[in-house]
Design a protein around this ligand. Sequence first.
Ligand code: HEC
Length: 299
Amino acid sequence: MQTLGVHMPDSCLVTTLALSIDPESIRRVFGRLHPVLVHFPIALLIVAGMVELWRLILRRDRPSPTALTCCGIGVMIGLLAAASGWINADAETHSARLTQTMEWHRWLGIGACVLGVAAWTCGMLARNPSREYVRRWWCFLLFSAAGTVGFTGHLGGNMVWGEGYIFAPLARAFEQLDRVPAQPAPDRRRLAPAGTTLIINFETQVRPILIARCVECHGESSAKGGLRLDELYRAFDGDEALWSISPGKPDDSEFIYRIKLGTESEDRMPPEGSPLTPGEIGILQRWIAEGAFEGVADE
Ligand code: HEC
């Protein structure tokens, strides 16, 4: 009786906890495991490909058992990664400009799984000396799966870190090489027509907020969500319908929508730290209402 008395509250706690976790949050957690899971198929399929390639060079017959094991485990975790990625793509917000990369990433990832399953099946069959001819298929499918999973990972990386993230630190050196001397950089600033009077001064009122609160993640080295706010003209690249800043229309701007969200929203910007003050939000709103300019063109 005594023990029962001690255990009752525990089991009640567990039941309460179990009842208060809804299936949706478990699905979201599984989706968020995607960035963890993806590394297994990438590494395992590429290692399997390298091991098998080495075996081809050594002219050994039959598939390498190591490659088969790596491929098998890689494909199994790969299927989990694809499932979690599918959930994540729908559950997490992402910017419209990433939609196309996202679709390529989604279908190449699934393609890599299909190739991996096919490779593994052929590899298992090719272990039997009487089916030696299947070995060619095993190699072909395995190399294709390794290549596809590598490229899929690359697209995934581009979405999270921004395109060209890895070599960005070297980019400056290359830019230096390309530079034609004595030619000033073109002025790409968004300037209002000469003679316009702007109430908000971009340099003294807006840029300091962007630098203090946004550029860490939306700058040269990270460009989260594909958005850069350090060189403002980049925020007005490409299809106008996808710009996060709609000049003249603060209320239609993703930019304003995000900074006005409360701290309980996952989409709020900045995602960490204190929200912008009402004063700062007001400045940014007025700045966009005026046309989101960086200054006024010279006469
Ligand atoms: C700690 C990093 C971080 C900081 C700081 C940050 N952001 Fe973001 N931002 C992100 C990430 C990550 C994404 C992409 C995921 C998403 O869309 O929520 C993003 C996406 C966005 C988007 C959507 C992009 C698009 O094209 O749809 C906007 C707009 C945005 N941020 C504005 C801002 C503004 C304005 C600030 C400063 C007040 C800011 N962010 C500060 C990390 C950050």
